[in-house]
Design a protein around this ligand. Sequence first.
Ligand code: HEC
Length: 250
Amino acid sequence: MPEIFHRKLERSAIGFVIAIIAAASVGGIVEIAPLFTIDETVEEAPDMRMYTPLELAGRNIYVREGCYACHSQMIRTLRDEVERYGPYSLAVESKYDRPMLWGSKRTGPDLARVGGKYSDFWHVAHLTNPRDVVPESNMPAYRWLARTSLKMEDLPLHLAAQKALGVPYTDEMVENAARDAYGQAMPDTDFAAGLIARYGDETQVSAFDGVTTDVTEMDALVAYLQILGRLTGAAYKNTAAPEGKPDPEG
Ligand code: HEC
């Protein structure tokens, strides 16, 4: 009986097309329907800040170098993950991640909460040659980052692009993007003070790569790694997390 029904259906071109559309739309509805409840499902995080221009530049380098091919940025709601990496990732923590970098492949560990786990110096040594700090590592070396000056002129455009996608950067932040990037890698300068005024007291200002004569791609990437998991403390509330949000000073 079902065989006869199917044979009939296959012979009717219009009927078959309608059946295909009906079958495909089920998959569509399953993906689209939850978006209508997004306001209720995404948590609130009033303390959430945006990436600074230097961190955003670092994020772009992370994408350019394909770090996401070996590292995820999403801690799942499984006990072994929470014990290893910290509280599981909340949707709101990726609110300003465009594109998101959750990833699904873990050749290396998840990096969603790596911010504050190591010193800047450790990251520089590790990125320059991972084997110097983790002898068994098979992560590639990225030693040119410390020799490559960061391209600063187009930072306002990167912020403007994020703004167009809905990240609430102000016009002042966009205009000052290059100055703020410079200030974040140059402690005790007027530029650093401007950055703090715009992005908040908890913003980490540091000579990330240990050199203050030039802002390099290494500065940007380390600034980005150090903010991962620290844009908001939301994950540490109401999730029975063992510790508090890590202290940005270290
Ligand atoms: C070929 C896969 C691969 C790529 C590509 C890769 N990594 Fe890794 N990464 C690893 C592995 C494996 C480890 C664990 C061993 C170690 O610490 O070196 C690791 C460890 C790390 C750690 C330490 C994490 C921790 O909690 O101990 C950081 C930070 C990191 N990688 C950052 C990066 C960044 C940034 C990039 C891109 C510039 C990158 N990785 C690219 C494989 C990779």
